[in-house]
Design a protein around this ligand. Structure first.
Ligand code: ZN
Length: 184
């Protein structure tokens, strides 16, 4: 296992559409190592999610660690960690909800993005088994942010009003109110 450098905005891999994994690849030692590296890097960088393209691997895989409400999200497992391979998103409620987002590939900034409030995600786990998850509220934003990475999209592309893009310390001083500040 190793912590890997996170690519930053401007690196072309972050702008590529990543390719889907074959089921046979999911069983490979190289894939297992990639998942471990993603988790270790996410922990080191204190993110709540990371996508393979951020580590320079243009593959449709993302890891999210979301330590809330494990009863509501039973697929999350005890530690709240989920590996999403080849995720497909379907919007269940397109009513927009906005959150201030951050990204390990866009360090130092926060931006306000509106996304659909409820989605369904169909994906394979790290063993190749298929699951479906309904994600609402902040988790809906997290999965949409992560899966955007698999299509070469960054959250800054989705900011409607660039007045709502800020440096973290200014954001924390002037905008943040009682919420936790998190990066994906
Ligand atoms: Zn991100």
């Amino acid at each position: 296992m190793s912590v890997r450098p996170v690519l930053r905005m401007g690196h072309p891999i972050l702008r590529q559409k990543a390719r889907a994994l074959q089921k046979s690849e999911i069983k490979s030692p190289a894939f297992k190592k990639l998942i471990k590296d993603m988790i270790e890097t996410m922990h080191k960088e204190e993110g709540i999610g990371i996508a393979a393209p951020q580590l320079g691997e243009s593959l449709r895989v993302s890891v999210i660690e979301f330590n809330e409400d494990s009863e509501r999200y039973p697929n999350m497992g005890a530690n709240g960690l989920v590996v999403f391979v080849n995720p497909v998103i379907k919007v269940l409620d397109s009513k927009p909800q906005g959150f201030w987002e951050g990204c390990l590939s866009v360090p130092g900034l926060r931006g306000f993005v509106e996304r659909p409030r409820k989605v369904e995600v169909t994906y394979l786990d790290e063993k190749g088994e298929e699951h479906t998850m309904i994600a609402e509220d902040f988790l809906a934003t997290v999965v949409q942010h992560e899966f955007d990475h698999l299509d070469g999209v960054l959250y800054v592309d989705r900011i409607q009003d660039t007045k709502q893009l800020a440096y973290i310390d200014e954001y924390q001083e002037h905008i943040l109110q009682g919420e936790e500040d998190q990066e994906t």
